[in-house]
Design a protein. Structure first.
Length: 161
C-alpha cells in the first residue's frame, strides 16, 4: 500500500444569499445528492460518514468510505477533518474547508479547499498516474457539484406555488 493525495481549491460567486448557501452545505443528505460519485452520507452529529461509488483507478476499482469530523463557524466557515472510527479501517479521507462571505446584494463568495488522501495497493512509482486520476476525479466531482448546487439553490429560493 502506498499513500496518495490530491488537493483542489475552487472559488465562485453564487447568486444566492449566504443563509441559503449555508443551509445546503450543512445538509448531509443534500450534499450526498448533489455530489457526483457519492453514494451516501450518514450524519451522526458532527460526524459524517461518506460512502463513494466504485471509482476506477489504473484498471482496478475501489469503493471507498470515510468519516469526517465537521466543525462550524456559523454562516462563515465549515471545516472537516478525517476522523476514522477505531473499529473501521478507512483507506481514504479528506481535510478541508468551505468559506462563505458576502459578495454584494444577495450573493455569496464561496471558497472550497479540500485534500483527499487514499491508501491504494499500487507502488509509489505509480504516483504520477494515480495523482492525475485523482485530480481528474476531483475536477469531475467539483464541476458536477457546482451545477447541482446551483440548481438546488434555485429550487430552494423559488417559493412553492
Amino acid at each position: 500500500m502506498a499513500t496518495f493525495s490530491a488537493t483542489k481549491v475552487s472559488e465562485a460567486t453564487v447568486e444566492h444569499p449566504r443563509d441559503l448557501v449555508w443551509d445546503v452545505l450543512t445538509d448531509a443528505a443534500a450534499i450526498a445528492r448533489l455530489t457526483p460519485l457519492v453514494h451516501s452520507i450518514t450524519a451522526k452529529g458532527d460526524l459524517w460518514r461518506w460512502q463513494l461509488v466504485r471509482i476506477p483507478v489504473l484498471g482496478q476499482s475501489f469503493e471507498l468510505g470515510f468519516t469526517e469530523a465537521m466543525s462550524y463557524d456559523p454562516k462563515t466557515t465549515i471545516t472537516f477533518a478525517h476522523a476514522p472510527s477505531g473499529k473501521d479501517s478507512e483507506r481514504a479521507g479528506t481535510d478541508g474547508r468551505y468559506d462563505l462571505s458576502d459578495a454584494g446584494t444577495g450573493s455569496t463568495h464561496l471558497r472550497i479547499e479540500l485534500t483527499v488522501t487514499v491508501d491504494l495497493p499500487f507502488p509509489r512509482l505509480a504516483k504520477p498516474a494515480i495523482q492525475a486520476t485523482m485530480q481528474g476525479v476531483l475536477a469531475a466531482m467539483g464541476s458536477g457539484f457546482g451545477r447541482a448546487i446551483d440548481k438546488e439553490l434555485r429550487s430552494r429560493a423559488t417559493p412553492p406555488r
